[in-house]
Design a protein around this ligand. Sequence first.
Ligand SMILES: [Zn+2]
Length: 284
Amino acid sequence: MTFPEAVNLPFNGEIIRSRFTQRKPGELVGTAAGYWVFLQGDALLLAEAELYRGDLPDGFISLDRSLLFGEWDGEPVRLMTIPKDHPLPEPLRAVAFGDLPNDLMTLFGLARQILYWERMSCHCSRCGSSMERITPTWGKRCLSCGHDHYPHIHPCIIVLIRRGSEFLLVRKPEWAPGRFSLVAGFVDFGESLEECVEREVLEETGLKVTGIRYVGSQNWPFPSQLMAGFVADYASGELTLEPKELEEGGWFAPDRMPEILPPKRSIARWIIDRFCLGGQEKIN
Ligand SMILES: [Zn+2]
């Protein structure tokens, strides 16, 4: 089995396949302390450069109960939230997720996505009652109406539009000045990924595209998206930005690039590097 190269991006399971096995609630029993994924805001707490291992440090107050979610290097690994202003005992220090190596960044993202689901699934969205776990899954069953709920992962498209040797980059008003990226958006009701590409590009830029090709995907745990990456060719239309979504946009080239590109960890950057900046000129 082979996958598109994008499978090797952070937040995709492949990155931690050799170190981590995901376990659903109730699958693993036992009391071994193992490893801890301590989440503190946008940071992971590390001991030296690795996950903390052993009994919970004295005085750690958690916002949530700890949750055993898999095995890391063959030992149980639990996630726990640490309040932002909580003092850190030795040897723990907070490392912002963007500074983590790819494997710990990926584990951080997974833990964050699981935690998001746990927080969003306290009550039934149908009747408002409490829920209980459907073991051994991440699902929850309503104690009152019996409805079953499973984690929500939201599909999105992200697309590079090429016109000859140029490509379209856009920016949202909330981004840092000078930062540009690709057109992206959420899949709508009754829509395929390809149809979503067509619609988002037309809505946001006024352009029509053709030759829509899937190039790879990335799990994006901010909070719970699946980014499906595409490359498409310009077909027709004048660039007309949707002002509520985009502040600026234009046709760029390798010798005329914006000041700031998306971070290396993102599929946006992977597509730009690979399909704009010489990684690969042609795709099948
Ligand atoms: Zn209910």
